[in-house]
Design a protein around this ligand. Sequence first.
Ligand SMILES: [Zn+2]
Length: 67
Amino acid sequence: MRGFSSGVLSCLERERLEEELSEARNRGRNIMRLRHLTHPERMVLEEREQAAQTRLRDHDAEHGCQR
Ligand SMILES: [Zn+2]
């Protein structure tokens, strides 16, 4: 009972990366709700979100666990 569970389950690494991405998104939104962000602050948040997104995409490409 290990390994190929018909591709429904994604791997743990991918789950972690997805969590990272949604965390980055939520954090940005929450902060923006609380106060007005300066432009550099917004850039940092966007960069962080994009980095998480890139890591997830790279993982998909390298690992192919999404198929
Ligand atoms: Zn994977």
